[in-house]
Structure formats: C-alpha cells, structure tokens
Design a protein around this ligand. Sequence first.
Ligand code: G3I
Length: 356
Amino acid sequence: MSHTNRFRMPVLALAAGALLATGVAAQPASAHGGPPLRTLAHRADVRIGTAVDMAALADDRTYRSTTAREFDSVTAENVMKWESVEPQRGVYDWKPADDLVRYARAHGQVVRGHTLVWHSQLPGWLTAGVADGSIGAAELRVILRKHITTEVKRYKGRIQQWDVVNEVFEEDGSLRNSIWLQQLGPSYIADAFRWAHAADPRAKLFLNDYNVEGVNPKSTAYYELAKRLRAEGVPVQGFGAQAHLAIQYGFPGDVSANLARFEALGMQTAFTEVDVRMILPVDEAKLATQASYFRRLLDACLGARSCKSFTVWGYTDRYSWVPGVFGGQGAATPMDEGYGRKPAYGALGEGLAAGR
Ligand code: G3I
C-alpha cells in the first residue's frame, strides 16, 4: 500500500494524543465555504463516513481536523482486523482501535467495525497453525468464536455497524474457498452472526463485499444467503457494498434494484468502501467521470430508505491504498494529495444537499 513518506515527529504524536483525548467540540465551517459534508449528510438522513488511517490520524494535523470536520462516521481501515488486534495468540493490541473509538466519541461520529471474519489480514499464528495442522477444525471454531466475542464485547455499545463477514463469495456466486470454509464448512457464516449478536445485540450486523453494487451472480448469492439465514433467525441485518470502482470500467447496472431487494428482506444497506480509481495521469474528463460515479452511488443510497450509511475508503489521495495495489492507477478519492477538493467532493456535497 502506498503512503506518502511521513516523518513522524514525537511532539506531533504527543499533541495527537492530547487532541484525541479532548477532540474539538464545534464543527468549524469547511474551508471551501460550503457546509461540511457531515452537515449536509445530517440533513439528508445519512451518515457520511470514511475509512481512517490511524498513522495519518496521529501524524497529520490536517488529516485529523478534516476527518473530524467532514465525516460523522469512521471505519478502521486496518486496526480492527484480526492481525492487528491479536498479533500473537492471546496477546491483544487494542490501542489503535481504542484510539479510533475515542476519537469518534470526541467528534460525535459513529463507528463501523471492520472486519471480524475475513480470509485476509489474519494473524500469522492462526494461518500457520491451520496450515501445519496444529490447529484443527474444532479448535479453530473455538478460536473464531473467542475472537468475535472478545472484540465485539470490547466495543459493545460503541459500534453502529459491524462487517461481520467480509468477501465470502467468488465472482460466480460460489463460496470463497477460505480457511473458514475449508475447515468449518458454510455454517461459519451463521455462527459468526450469532456470536456477534450475542456479544452486542445493538450493533447492526453486515455482510460486506466488493463487486456487489449491481445485480450479478455475486450479489444474488448474498441475497439468497441473507434470505435463507434470516428465515432461520440468524441476525443478518445489513448488506454492505464496498463499491471500489474504476472509471475504465462501466458503472454497475441495477444498483437501485439491488439495494431494493435487500431492503425488501428488511435489511439495512450501505456503501462501505467507496473509491473510484483511474489510470493515471489525471485529467479533467477523468475527474468528471469519477465525480459522476460517486454521485450515482450516493443517489442510489439516498433513493433507498434502507441506506443510511455512505463511507468512502479514504477521502484524500494522499493515503489511498489504491496506488500500492493497482500499478499506474490512483486518484481514487474525493480530495487530492493536498486536500484539494476534486469534482467528486463537489458531487457528494451536491448530492447530499439535494437530499432524499
Ligand atoms: O502494518 C504493516 C507494517 O508493520 C509494515 O511495515 C508495512 C509494510 O509492509 O505493512 C503494514 O501492513 C499493511 C497494512 O495495510 C496496514 O497498513 C499491509 O502491508 C497492507 O497490505 C495493508 O493493506 C490494506 C489492505 O486492505 C489489505 O488487504 C489496506 O490498507 C486497506 O485499505 C485494504 O482495505 C480492504 C478492506 O479491508 C476490505 N475491502 C478491500 C479493501 C481494499 O483492499
């Protein structure tokens, strides 16, 4: 993942710690004169959120103030993932996640928990134990239940929505052949939701994946899974479409119809990780197309009663994950590396101002 080289100054970290503890009370008007996105979002009855890079939050004063000013929902980009919270078996590192939850409380933001069960960013002790057979299926199920219960209980009452399982289907709608499916069978999904609900009955529990924005075999697999599990009384309460889009591909079809079918099941919906990458270099036409993609996703959310949460996966190109993964691509977020507002930022503001 590409991060702008940051020279971390201890004094900044101390200041960050102080600020994280105190936070800022009021929301100053956004520097561009218009109201901050979160002010417009409140009027539109939707949470506007961002994934948060905790290193940037500690080191970058502008990032820290902009995150507070513009967003009323935050998602841990990495620090609530299993590799981060339990790097060694039974040894926990909650500080970064605690810092985010504290920051959110100080700034009147809700928190999306990301993510409890995934095939990626698992701690090495877990994957090695499964690989060498020292952790068998029965023990793995106990370990998974303990992980979910421990993390969800720690933040009980402070997480609005949990991405309980992340990316469990392949593009063709078949179940991803992860260690969870291999070792535990498909029942791990229902178990994860039941365990999370037992640990925090108030948190809304989501399925979450990419390439499920429109109607396709993958999103239909989620629809059928949610329909079946809910009929069995499993607390599958939300469907999250990550929406990692790219302008060189078409905009997904049937987005509103897709959200509507989950809504018809009685579920909440959300866009959870929105960014719209492009092949560099940037030009005005690409930025305009990007802005249209952000706006069309937001309009689909505001057009669905069930969609009350719209989260970008980082809001400044300065810290975006995209360049480190997609060579030659980037500029995926609503602000540039210098926090300049791109047409996509304006599109979000206009969409929020237009409301439902
Ligand atoms: O923490 C280590 C650090 O100790 C080490 O020095 C550094 C250099 O290798 O790596 C750091 O770990 C990185 C981690 O982010 C934390 O910064 C990993 O290399 C890097 O691969 C990891 O990337 C994250 C990626 O998930 C992993 O798949 C991205 O930041 C994050 O934006 C991305 O987010 C995912 C969502 O969770 C799920 N949906 C897709 C989305 C994009 O892949």
